[in-house]
Design a protein around this ligand. Structure first.
Ligand code: ADP
Length: 319
């Protein structure tokens, strides 16, 4: 393989830039030309493709977002859109593609693979919801952002003896809520994977108050309900007044953490190795700190599972 392409797609995540850098530098190291596809699958369909040099990815390792821009592209869900994408790649002489993104982006890469075009998926999403990897690129940075916010809110919660509800991202996966809630010492964590019991939550809050606890922090993943909705339910059940903070898009931005930069560098470089070895239709990941790769079709058939042990631990530690 002498020419490869790279694109970022779906929701951006901090660490996409170091992943792009790794793809470009690793490929050039092996005398393979790299083309950047700008604007995800939309850019692919309309041929927004430019050659990248070593210097094109200089000074991006520490930047959030993605220098290649990202997009959502409904047309790419159609075979017609996918075929247009393959025509563009072939017109540029590009023989393989690295797709950095979440599960939607993986579905696009899977579709290209099924049409006979070699693609390798790199897990870039803050949600940590891609099967076959212990961590996705961006998750660690997002966690650190959420913890920073929890710590700050805790100062106010303590000063005013208040209960705060913090709504974090995670429509289907509760990983951000769980990990940040555990690391931030939240009293209660609500995740989409587990039903909650309002009586149990009310009891926990009451016992804490009786012990002289000055504040409570409740972390809610957006997939459970909005922070406002939960505040209403809690008020109805306990008559407790709360304050709600919705963290929103700050969770996606910011300079990637050291852990995300290292992960992105390893996974981006491995994706290039696979293409050079002629192995398309794969997705890369890290399991038990070892690089792994697996069939992208199998990967999508599996379901990401949340670490329930961690969830139970969070309950035990927040009594
Ligand atoms: P993420 O990759 O972060 O999960 P999305 O779910 O929005 O983000 O997916 C990003 C893009 O991937 C979509 O806009 C679309 O272009 C492409 N995509 C998603 N699902 C499919 C699919 N089933 N087939 C082909 N392409 C898809």
């Amino acid at each position: 393989m002498k020419k490869i392409g790279v694109l970022t797609s779906g929701g951006d995540s901090p660490g996409m830039n170091p992943a792009i850098r790794a793809v470009v530098r690793k490929a050039i190291y092996h005398n393979v030309e790299v083309y950047g596809i700008y604007g995800g699958y939309s850019g692919l369909i309309c041929g927004n493709i430019k050659k990248l040099e070593l210097g094109s990815v200089g000074d991006i390792i520490h930047r959030g977002g993605t220098m290649l821009q990202s997009a959502r592209c409904p047309e790419f869900k159609t075979t017609g859109g996918q075929q247009k994408g393959i025509e563009q790649l072939k017109a540029h002489g590009i023989e393989g593609l690295v797709v950095i993104g979440g599960d939607g982006s993986y579905r696009g890469a899977k579709a290209l693979t099924e049409l006979g075009y070699p693609c390798v998926g790199v897990p870039g999403t803050i949600d940590n919801d891609i099967p076959g990897t212990d961590m996705t690129i961006g998750f660690d940075t997002a966690l650190n952002t959420v913890i920073d916010a929890i710590d700050k809110i805790r100062d106010t919660a303590t000063s005013h003896e208040r209960t705060f509800i913090i709504e974090v991202m995670g429509r289907d996966a509760g990983d951000i809520a769980l990990w940040a809630g555990l690391a931030g010492g939240a009293e209660t964590i609500l995740i989409p994977e587990e039903n909650y019991n309002m009586d149990e939550i009310a009891d926990r809050l009451r016992k804490g108050q009786e012990r002289g606890k000055k504040h409570s922090i409740i972390v809610v993943a957006e997939g459970v309900c909005s922070g406002g909705e939960f505040a209403k339910q809690l008020k109805d059940a306990t008559n407790l007044d709360t304050r709600v903070s919705v963290l929103g898009h700050i969770q996606r931005g910011g300079s990637p953490s050291a852990a995300d930069r290292v992960l992105a560098s390893r996974l981006g470089a491995r994706a290039v190795e696979l293409l050079i070895e002629g192995k398309g239709g794969r997705a890369v990941g890290v399991e038990n700190n070892k690089l792994v790769d697996y069939d992208i079709i199998d990967a999508l058939a599996k379901k990401h599972t949340l670490d329930l042990e961690l969830f139970n631990l969070s309950k035990e530690l927040s009594i």
